[in-house]
Write a protein that binds this ligand. Structure first.
Ligand code: DAH
Length: 335
């Protein structure tokens, strides 16, 4: 029997395999359920004790050798497969098509980042809303000409359901469910019934800001937007506020920044004025606070709104609004 074991040991040690079939037949013979080594272990039980001393270790050795050999054979066969001669490892790899983040999303993220560092959180609201949240609560009286400032897409009439014309609807929803202090920005898409051209589109994006609390003053508004402008357009940026009108703020102001292209001396971007407009703003009208159940004798607030497309066009000197929604990769891949 010892002779048989020795001859199996040398068979195992010398075994080679080039194909998976050869590995499998080795496995069946030496490792599988009915392998020859198991038979030897059966025979071993009948062997006289003095022979067992030599035979036992030899059998165990055979068993271990067979298991290790099987591992060795199957790894050489599978390694051989991937380096088989029909694969040229010197060929350059196939590159996937890489996308990029849309410039509007990039600007939006940058704006959010700047305001988050000033303690603002981000709020969201629906693009389809009712007349109350988009107009009436914002102090647009019924039949007031101010409603004509924003050509509206109506979905249903009486009661009116519409595509929001600005993100200001989120102000109303937020103040309705959260009491001061409020310090939020509200980015989102808005819709207006306008003919599409290089300077106007039927949808675009805004970021609205709202701060409500005790003793909030015009100074807070100015400082917040001053800080934003320097972060967004460079540390030498100056701002100026021009009186304006919005139904929901009183007083209202348009925010201009010094032209970051010419530094204020006059160029094409600023139309030789040295200033470019970036946002509308103002102190929240007490009527708006009261419409949302906030005590206007105790609390005051400021708000602002800016167009993300406008900021992006200024920053990258893009002169046609339509490029943002046409998805021409020759344009998009530049960002
Ligand atoms: N809702 C205005 C618009 O779409 C932008 C705006 C101006 C928002 C002043 C404000 C604000 O919150 O205070 O033209």
């Amino acid at each position: 029997m010892l002779e048989k074991v020795k001859s199996f040991i040398s068979e195992v040690e010398n075994a080679t395999a080039k194909t998976e079939e050869e590995v499998e037949s080795f496995r069946l013979k030496f490792v599988g359920r009915n392998n020859v080594i198991n038979d030897l272990f059966e025979e071993f039980k009948q062997v006289p004790a003095e022979q067992k001393r030599e035979l036992g270790p030899a059998l165990n050795n055979l068993k271990n050798l067979a298991q290790n050999k099987l591992k060795e054979l199957s790894s050489t066969v599978s390694a051989g497969k991937s380096s088989s001669s029909d694969i040229d490892v010197t060929l350059p790899g196939a590159y996937g098509v890489e996308g990029s983040i849309h410039p509007i999303s990039q600007t939006k993220s940058r704006i959010i980042e700047i305001f988050e560092r000033q303690g603002f959180n981000v709020e969201d609201g629906p693009e389809i809303d009712n007349d109350w949240n988009n107009f009436t609560a914002l102090n647009f009286p019924e039949n007031h000409p101010a409603r004509e400032m924003q050509d509206t897409y109506f979905i249903e009439k009486n009661p009116d359901i519409l595509l929001r014309t600005h993100t200001s609807n989120v102000q109303i929803r937020l103040m309705g469910r959260k009491k001061p202090p409020i310090r939020s920005i509200m980015p989102g898409r808005v819709y207006r019934n306008e003919a599409i051209s290089a300077r106007a589109h039927c949808f675009f994006h805004q970021v609205e800001g709202l701060v409500v609390g005790e003793n909030i003053s015009f100074r807070d508004l100015k400082n917040t937007l001053y800080h934003f402008s320097k972060e967004m357009f460079g540390k030498n940026t100056k701002i100026r506020l021009r009186p304006s009108y919005f139904p929901f703020t009183e007083p209202s102001a348009e925010i201009d920044i010094s032209c970051f292209i010419c530094g204020g001396s006059g160029c094409k971007i600023c139309k030789q004025t040295g200033w470019v407009e970036i946002a509308g703003s103002g102190m929240v009208d007490p009527n708006v606070l009261e419409n949302c159940g906030i005590d206007s004798t105790k609390y005051s607030g400021f708000a602002f709104g800016m167009g993300i497309e406008r900021i992006t066009m200024l920053k990258y000197q893009i002169d046609d609004l339509r490029l943002f929604s046409e998805n021409d990769v020759r344009f998009l891949k530049q960002f």
